[in-house]
Design a protein around this ligand. Structure first.
Ligand SMILES: NC(=O)c1ccc[n+]([C@@H]2O[C@H](COP(=O)([O-])OP(=O)(O)OC[C@H]3O[C@@H](n4cnc5c(N)ncnc54)[C@H](O)[C@@H]3O)[C@@H](O)[C@H]2O)c1
Length: 251
């Protein structure tokens, strides 16, 4: 039977890499993004809209019905990030963070979960971050929202385990996407910041979006049939331990 995945944040970075991988696996994809699709594929549907708006999710359900697809998989990758401490981040930025990262996820889940429950089958993969369980300076609103995504995912997994639904959270480390590049540009010395971020990773490099997509695909698949409520960290080893090296020990 054909499978269908709804993927938010599908136009770029981790979401786009997941779209590519799912299409390669023969899974129908309905992408949701502020941006239009740059890809033409009979198995790819698209809703251009804001995940924070209910009308976007109404359109998603209409498009699923029009294509005679039912959501088997939901991947939520869209996110908003503001830089600053609690006082520097404006109320508008706080609202955007809550609306996109938290409400956007809640609306996505509420739009496809009923049909998953009806069919007693569904896999939800939320994209969190290492900032969901560790904090990072200057990203307080993002950290708070990502922590909430992780807890939301765990509670969702518990509430709907007996409905045949699995929900898991992928927590990426530093991944080379336009999102990270934009964050890099906020640094006073982006080149040095990039080098530091690469070298701090025990693997000695940034992650590629495809490495997060393959984990999302695993969690969405029957290979992960026993995994629910889990946090899967894909961070090139960054949060495995402390790094006390001074920089000349072969880093
Ligand atoms: N790149 C990293 O280093 C990194 C690390 C940890 C977690 N993440 C998480 O991975 C996810 C994907 O990030 P990415 O790096 O691929 O980013 P990206 O900017 O490359 O892609 C994000 C996509 O989401 C879309 N989007 C943003 N706001 C939206 C909205 N309101 N409605 C609909 N679409 C919207 C954007 O248009 C874009 O296409 C995010 O949840 C991010 O927090 C990224």
């Amino acid at each position: 039977m054909d499978q269908t995945a709804v993927i938010s944040g599908a136009a770029s970075g981790i979401g786009a890499a997941t779209v590519e991988l799912f299409l390669k696996k023969g899974i129908n994809v309905l992408g949701v993004d502020l941006a239009p699709s740059s890809r033409d594929d009979a198995n790819l549907g698209w809703v251009q809209g804001d995940v924070a708006k209910s009308e976007t999710w109404t359109l998603v359900n209409e498009e699923l019905t029009r294509r005679n697809w039912q959501a088997d998989i939901l991947v939520t990758a869209a996110a908003y990030l503001a830089v600053g401490n609690v006082l520097e981040i404006t109320e508008e930025q706080w609202s955007n963070t809550i609306n996109v990262n938290q409400l956007g996820l809640i609306k996505a889940v509420r739009s496809v979960l009923p049909q998953m429950i009806e069919r007693k089958h569904g896999a939800i993969v939320t994209v969190g971050s290492i900032d969901a369980y560790l904090a990072e300076q200057g990203l307080i609103s993002y950290c708070a929202s990502k922590g909430s995504i992780l807890q939301f995912t765990k509670a969702l997994a518990l509430d709907h385990a007996r409905d045949g639904i699995r929900a898991n959270c992928v927590c990426p480390g530093v991944t080379d996407t336009p999102f990270f590049r934009r964050h890099l540009d906020t640094a006073s010395d982006p080149e040095t910041f990039l080098k530091v971020r690469e070298q701090r990773n025990p693997l000695g490099r940034l992650l590629q979006p495809e490495e997060i997509a393959s984990t999302i695909a695993f969690l969405s698949s029957e290979d992960a049939s026993g995994i629910t409520g889990a946090k899967i960290v894909v961070d090139a080893g960054l949060t495995t331990g402390f790094d006390f090296r001074t920089g000349d020990e072969g880093a």
